[in-house]
Ligand binder design. Sequence first.
Ligand SMILES: C[S@@+](CC[C@H](N)C(=O)[O-])C[C@H]1O[C@@H](n2cnc3c(N)ncnc32)[C@H](O)[C@@H]1O
Length: 447
Amino acid sequence: MTDYAFVLGKNWLLSLAELVVCLQDRGIAEGVKDYSRTAVIVESDQKLSDEQLVDIQSALGGCFKVGRVVSVYDRTLIEEAFPAKGKVQKPARKMMQEVPWVKRVWPRPRGARIKFGVSTYPLLNRQTSVDLRKFTLAIDEWVKKRLVELGAKKAAYFAYDGPDRRDAKRVNVALWPQTIARRGLLSPPNAEILALLTEGALYFSKTVGVYDSQLQQFRDEARPYISAEISTSPKMCRTLLNLAGARPGDTVLDPFCGSGTLLMEAAMLGMKCRGIDINGEAAEGARANMKWLGSEMGEWIDFKIIKGDARKASALVGQQVDAVAFEPDLGPVYRETPSIEDARRSIEGLTVLYRDVLQDLESCLRPGGRVGMTVPVVNTINGQVSVDIDTMIQGTGFDIHKLLDGDAFEDYVPKNQRLKVKTDRTTLPERKRGQIVQRAVLMLGRV
Ligand SMILES: C[S@@+](CC[C@H](N)C(=O)[O-])C[C@H]1O[C@@H](n2cnc3c(N)ncnc32)[C@H](O)[C@@H]1O
């Protein structure tokens, strides 16, 4: 058995759900062995190559980093060695100081000039019983010392980055993916070490791949057609593609394609793309974006964008597709919080639209194929209004799938309430602070 570590995106539950689906689709995971709100440890009897791990990480919308576990300690040891309050236990600190796992990260350090960094990910984001800053800096120092003892010509580390500017209370003792790329920390003999804290353990892992934020920013900003109002984030697009079970070589349909963000992500992952949008300008823009992406990638992309109504998708596309992923029309862009009656009226209309589209999709999605989609959740002055999923799928030939499959979580049941995962959930929220229209994410399958 080998353990692999995945650092989760900001929406940890959605990231966890996406990861489990993605690994199950690839027949990889034996199960989730352990997790925190920032990282997951997956156990597998398959030996995955670096290339396979990087492929998985880059296909995921909610995974910042992937690594191989090189060592596991009991959590009490780190609590004794680096308590947030109270006395340091010397024997515990001495044990940690030995860093025997360094040899597993660097089997032959002799004569090498090594740059590295340690990124620590806590159990929860805000509170911890461990002094994470002291811990991270101590590991940095001890690894450096050990590397020199093992014959490295030079060893230098990059201490953790500053706090998250958008959320100052969030503990950050990790390196951002940009820093890792800029400093070349993934090119041997350089390395990044992940220190992942869970309820019961501390895992050290060697990073194999990180999220390429620069590439995504470039795609987002340099594409010829940008429509901020209707764009879905590229990360959300990848999550929807995974929930839909889309794989390289598959034909993916986005029946509400807008400017084509989701299809661009699909093309980057080697999928064939079919898109529909009722708005001629959006369809034209999506076409321009796909052509541009093809020339940037230096590859021919198999795509077709059609101006038309999603309710007639099968006739418009005229072929069977392997997966359907989309963020549909989410209703009006409210300038101020609406009344519950207004929101209900809009949601009822949208529910009929989504049901009509799903009814039509049944005839073009391959048997066993899945749909990954979002639906709006509107915050009104008197509470939230959302789509009734049972009404939406009634008579469509689609079933709702559970998002956090219980089988995947049999191995570990947390004690901490804030880590509990309800395995019967069929939707997961995706919200940004202050948003009037938020979203729920779901996965459907052909009956
Ligand atoms: C939320 S946007 C999709 C955004 C897209 N994922 C992107 O990133 O650009 C919804 C899109 O659905 C389109 N739309 C609305 N009703 C439609 C319908 N009945 N058929 C097809 N497209 C529709 C709108 O023109 C809009 O571009």
